[in-house]
Design a protein around this ligand. Structure first.
Ligand SMILES: Cc1cc2nc3c(=O)[nH]c(=O)nc-3n(C[C@H](O)[C@H](O)[C@H](O)COP(=O)(O)OP(=O)(O)OC[C@H]3O[C@@H](n4cnc5c(N)ncnc54)[C@H](O)[C@@H]3O)c2cc1C
Length: 153
C-alpha cells in the first residue's frame, strides 16, 4: 500500500507542505500476522469438517482456496478489520519499524506527530478504543509539556 502524506520538515514548520511517499511493507509474505490468520482458518476448518452436514457451503475463503500459500494470499488480499492499528508504531532508536519516538514524533521530520490508533507497537487487545483515548491523553500531555519547554519545537 502506498499513500502520500504532508511533510512538515522545516524548523519553523511554516514551509508549504510538500508530499512524501510512504510504503507500507508490513503485510509481506512472511508477516506473522498473515500466517496467524491463515492458521486460524485452518483451525476453524478442522472444526467445520466435523459438522459438514450442518454447513451448506464455506463461502469465505471457499473450498477452492486450499493450502497454506493460497490461504495466506487470500488473507493478504481480502482480510480487513475495523480495529486497524499499529501502522506507525512507537519504538526505540535503532528499531527500523519504529516510525515514532516516545514523544509521538515522526522520526526524520520536525513538527509532525501522530496520536491515534496507529502508534501501538502491538494491538492492545480486542477492543482498542479505550487505549486510543489514553494515547490521546498522553500525547496532549507530552505536547503541552513541550510547548512549556525553553527549546520548544
Ligand atoms: C464500525 C466500527 C466499530 C467499532 N467498534 C469498536 C468497539 O466496539 N470497541 C472498540 O474499542 N473499538 C471499536 N472500533 C475501533 C475504534 O473506533 C477505532 O480503533 C478508533 O476510533 C480509532 O481512533 P483513531 O483516533 O485512530 O481514528 P478515528 O477515530 O477514525 O479518528 C480520526 C479522526 O480524524 C478525522 N480526520 C480524518 N481526516 C482528516 C483531515 N484530513 N483533517 C482533519 N480531520 C481528519 C476524522 O474525521 C476522525 O474524526 C470500531 C471501529 C469501527 C469502524
Amino acid at each position: 500500500m502506498r499513500w502520500n502524506m504532508p511533510r512538515a520538515s522545516t524548523a519553523s514548520g511554516r514551509r508549504a507542505p510538500s508530499l512524501v511517499s510512504v510504503t507500507l511493507t508490513l503485510m509481506n509474505a512472511r508477516a506473522p500476522e498473515v500466517a496467524s490468520v491463515a492458521a486460524g482458518v485452518e483451525f476453524v476448518r478442522t472444526l467445520t469438517d466435523q459438522c459438514k452436514d450442518a454447513i451448506k457451503v464455506e463461502e469465505h475463503p471457499g473450498p477452492q482456496v486450499q493450502g497454506r500459500a493460497a490461504l495466506e494470499q487470500f488473507v493478504k488480499d481480502r482480510c480487513w478489520g475495523h480495529h486497524a492499528s499499529c501502522t506507525c508504531p512507537i519504538g526505540r532508536d535503532g528499531d527500523r519499524m519504529a516510525v515514532l519516538d516516545g514523544q509521538f514524533r515522526v522520526r526524520g521530520t520536525k513538527g509532525l506527530r501522530v496520536a491515534d490508533a496507529s502508534v501501538f507497537p502491538r494491538i492492545p487487545g480486542f477492543f482498542i478504543v479505550t487505549s486510543v483515548y489514553m494515547i490521546g491523553e498522553k500525547a496532549a500531555e507530552v505536547i503541552h509539556a513541550d510547548t512549556l519547554a525553553p527549546d520548544a519545537r
